[in-house]
Design a binder for this molecule. Structure first.
Ligand SMILES: O=C(O)CCC(=O)C(=O)O
Ligand SMILES: [Fe+2]
Length: 315
C-alpha cells in the first residue's frame, strides 16, 4: 500500500521544532524593511528556512523522488524528468512531492515559512502546492522568464505567494533565479513557455518593460535560504553549465478563501492529476491544508504585513 502523506494534516516527523508560545514566534517575523522591499520590488530574498542538516535530509529524499515506483509516481500532480525534452538542457520538474516523503511533507509546516507567508499575503495561509526544480551539473536547462499567475488562472482571486528555497548554494554559474524588480505591477501577461527559449517573453513586452530587464536581480543565496515573490513578478533562471547541481524546492501558498476557476480554463489537460478544484468553490480540501492563521494565533503581536488591497485582487 502506498502511503499518501496528504492524508496527514499536520507535521509527521521532527524536521522543525514548532513555536510553543507567542514569544517563540517572534524570531521568524520579517521586519518592516523586508515587507516594504517586497511591496516595492515584488520579491524579498535571504530569508533563512533550513539548516545545512535539513537541506541534506531533503536532498536524500530527492534521490527517491527522482526514481519513484509506478504507484508513487501517481501521487504527483505533474512529473517530468526533463521538462525541456532536450537531453542537453535537463530540468527535473515535479509537483506534489509533499505527498511522498516525510521531509517534504513537513517542510510546508516550517514556522519561518508560515510566518513570512502570512505577512506577505496579508492573510491566513493555505498551501496550494509544492514544486521541485532541479538542474544537474553541466547540462542543466533554463526556466524561461514567466509570471507564476499566468499558470494559475484556474484559481481566483489572484492572492498567491511563491517561496523558492535553495537546496544547493545558488550562484549565477549554476543557474540561480533572477527577478525583474517592479514587474509585479505590470498586470498579467500570457504564457510564453517554461523551457526552451529563455527570452520568449520578450515578444510580448512593451519597450519600457523590455528595458526593465536591464535591472534584473540575481537571486544568489546560500542553500537553505529562501526568496518570496508575488504571483506577477517576472522571474526565470539560466542554464547550469557549472560542475555543481542546482536543486530547489518551491512552496506555493494562497490566501484562505481562494477558489477554483476551472469552468473556462483552456489548459484543463495540465490539471489531469491535480486535486479537484470546482468553479467558485473555496479550495479547502485536504490537499490544500490551512497552514497559518496569524490573526487568530498571535493577536497580541504587532506584525508588519502587506495590505492585500494594495498588491492582490481581493474580490
Ligand atoms: O527554480 C527555478 O529556476 C524556477 C522557479 C520558479 O519558477 C518559481 O519559483 O516560481
Ligand atoms: Fe515561477
Amino acid at each position: 500500500m502506498i502511503n499518501d502523506l496528504s492524508l496527514r494534516l499536520s507535521p509527521i516527523g521532527g524536521l522543525f521544532e514548532q513555536p510553543a508560545s507567542v514569544q517563540e514566534w517572534e524570531p521568524y517575523i520579517l521586519s518592516e524593511t523586508q515587507v516594504e522591499s517586497f511591496r516595492k520590488d515584488g520579491f524579498v530574498k535571504d530569508v533563512p528556512i533550513l539548516s545545512p542538516g535539513q537541506v541534506d535530509l531533503l536532498n536524500q529524499e530527492i534521490i527517491r523522488l527522482q526514481a519513484p515506483g509506478e504507484e508513487e509516481k501517481k501521487l504527483f500532480y505533474h512529473y517530468e524528468s526533463n521538462e525541456s525534452e532536450d537531453p542537453d538542457k535537463v530540468l527535473f520538474h515535479a509537483i506534489g512531492g509533499w505527498r511522498l516523503t516525510p521531509g517534504f511533507h513537513d517542510l510546508i509546516w516550517s514556522p519561518a515559512y508560515r510566518m513570512a507567508a502570512y505577512q506577505l499575503l496579508g492573510s491566513s495561509v493555505r498551501f496550494f502546492h509544492d514544486q521541485l526544480f532541479c538542474k544537474p551539473a553541466r547540462h542543466g536547462g533554463v526556466v524561461a522568464w514567466h509570471q507564476d499567475f499566468s499558470y494559475w488562472t484556474f484559481t481566483k482571486p489572484m492572492h498567491h505567494l511563491t517561496c523558492w528555497i535553495g537546496l544547493d548554494d545558488a550562484t549565477t554559474e549554476n543557474g540561480c533565479l533572477y527577478f525583474v524588480p517592479g514587474s509585479h505591477r505590470w498586470g498579467l501577461l500570457p504564457i510564453t513557455g517554461l523551457t526552451g527559449d529563455m527570452d520568449a517573453v520578450r515578444s510580448i513586452l512593451t519597450e519600457a518593460q523590455a528595458v526593465a530587464f536591464d535591472r534584473k536581480v540575481a537571486n544568489v543565496m546560500p542553500k537553505g535560504f529562501a526568496s518570496f515573490h508575488h504571483p506577477l513578478t517576472m522571474h526565470g533562471s539560466y542554464a547550469n553549465h557549472s560542475e555543481r547541481p542546482r536543486r530547489a524546492v518551491v512552496l506555493n501558498a494562497m490566501a484562505h478563501g481562494t477558489m477554483g476557476n476551472t469552468f473556462n480554463y483552456e489548459r484543463m489537460d495540465a490539471l489531469k492529476h491535480f486535486p479537484s478544484m470546482l468553479q467558485d468553490h473555496v479550495l479547502d480540501s485536504r490537499f490544500f491544508p490551512l497552514l497559518f492563521d496569524g490573526d487568530a494565533a498571535l493577536p497580541s503581536l504587532d506584525i508588519p504585513k502587506i495590505d492585500p488591497k494594495e498588491l492582490y485582487e481581493t474580490d
